[in-house]
Design a protein around this ligand. Structure first.
Ligand SMILES: [Zn+2]
Length: 450
């Protein structure tokens, strides 16, 4: 009965790490992947897209817009955060920046509200995130939430069904192939983590109520139909129960994706999600082939948490006891999984320390160790690409550029597969490939000169 919360939350509203993505495993920053952060605009006027690539930012509330009626983010209410000397000075929350609740009530049928910084709102519009002009006639499923059709027939990928003891869940209705995008979803709400971090309960409640109010009738109906965990405040409960961590132009946000929220948790999931900030689209993909009748699960917990910690986290956050195949395995199987997860955590720390101290051989060894463990422990593949990138960096330091280039290219492919074409991971991996190629050319040049 407790396991009715088919939900995920970026429990890390405070920590800024995502459910599946490795926290900055690549070591770089995403801040420079979006439009120039130095461009300024007026966040208090309705933001309208104008051009895509120019600076000042593509936002101008005076020009006629070619975006269809409603695809405009209107600020409902702005909250300027006080600069707080106690706040984490490393956080890129943009203290002092205007943070507003913006709404696009007719977005893709259900509407969309976001509480975020003015920069992020402008980036969303400027990059076309709310632009629905791409003709649905050519891609009929482009803006419809739900299962994808099989290109070779076979019908929709899954059905949302009642599952005894778990509330609702997602069941495959045909064979889903490894790495297939079988679910597409769009957010109803989003909140920048840094905005509500440190806010008191009343403040959070106010923001969430404002977001729900900014949705269209259909979106509000879909939001209210989602599962709850029994919290007193409805908007707050729905958000905490159904929220999902995503990165939007370098900033962590928690979004409510109503279809994704129907998927239950498994500590060794058969599916993972990736989010595209430039199209505001969530895609869910299969880790492996999934057979008709199988339940499709994602991971709500932090990757790498050992069983006791994981169980506590799931219980504290969603009030359910995990009964997934891993958690109900014989103690020896659980112990082996825990040992691998502990080992991954230890090696990650060793890797970070070795990199910091410039011990490249040790760093390389630690990265290789993590990768070997990731291959053994099911459901952690999404962590791979970040470590492939790290491996490439260490190999460059050791002068092994040819191998480095192969790993950098692999990191790029992995970034595309696990995080999406417009993710920070891909931007970072592209930079890395270019840097390694330059280094290789430089070394070849030196060799020729000798
Ligand atoms: Zn479990």
């Amino acid at each position: 009965m407790q396991q009715t919360r088919n939900l995920l939350l970026l429990a890390a509203l405070a920590s800024g790490s995502s459910l599946i993505a490795p926290a900055a495993a690549g070591g770089g920053s995403r801040a420079d992947a979006g439009p120039d952060p130095l461009c300024l605009w007026d966040a208090t006027a309705p933001l309208r897209p104008r051009a895509r690539t120019s600076c000042p930012l593509p936002v101008d509330d005076a020009s006629p817009t070619h975006i269809r009626e409603g695809a405009v983010l209107t600020p409902l209410r702005c909250i300027r955060r006080q600069r707080n000397s106690n706040s984490n000075s490393n956080s890129r929350s943009g203290d002092g920046e205007s943070k507003c609740i913006y709404s696009a009530p007719t977005f893709r049928g259900g509407g969309f509200s976001i509480a975020t910084g003015a920069q992020t709102a402008a980036n969303l519009l400027g990059m076309g995130g709310l632009d629905d002009l791409i003709a649905p006639a050519t891609s009929p499923h482009l803006f419809s939430t739900g299962p994808t059709e099989d290109v070779v027939g076979g019908g929709p990928a899954y059905e949302v069904q009642d599952i005894p003891g778990k509330g609702k869940g997602v069941i495959a209705s045909r064979t889903i192939r490894r790495r297939e995008v079988f679910m597409v979803d769009y957010p109803l709400l989003m909140v920048e983590g840094a905005l509500i971090e440190g806010m008191d309960l009343a403040g959070r409640r106010g923001v969430l109520q404002g977001l729900v109010a900014g949705l269209g009738d259909e979106g509000r109906g879909r939001m209210l139909a989602l599962a709850r965990s029994g919290g007193e405040d409805e908007a707050m409960d729905l958000f905490v129960t159904n929220g999902c961590g995503v990165e939007v132009w370098g900033r962590m946000h928690t979004g409510v994706f109503p279809e994704v929220a129907r998927m239950n948790h498994d500590c060794r999931p058969n599916a993972y999600f990736r989010f595209s900030p430039s199209t505001l689209t969530m895609e869910v993909l299969a880790y492996r082939d999934i057979q008709p009748g199988e339940e499709i699960n994602i991971n709500y917990a932090y990757v790498g948490m050992p069983s006791k910690e994981r169980q506590k986290f799931l219980r504290d956050t969603w009030s359910f006891n995990c009964t997934c195949p891993l958690c109900t395995s014989p103690p020896s199987v659980i112990a082996a999984s825990d040992a691998r997860r502990h080992d991954i955590a230890r090696k990650r720390i060793a890797l970070r320390k070795a990199r910091k101290e410039g011990r490249h051989d040790d760093a390389l060894g630690a990265a290789e160790g993590v990768l070997a463990l990731l291959e053994e422990e099911e459901g952690l593949e999404a962590l791979g690409p970040g470590f492939w990138g790290l491996l490439a960096r260490e190999l460059v330091e050791l002068g092994r550029t040819e191998e480095a280039l192969a790993w950098a290219r692999r990191a790029l492919e992995g970034g595309r597969a696990f995080r999406g074409e417009d993710s920070g991971a891909v931007a970072e991996a592209e930079d890395l490939v270019r840097a390694v190629e330059r280094e290789e050319r430089r070394m070849k040049g030196e060799t020729t000169a000798k």
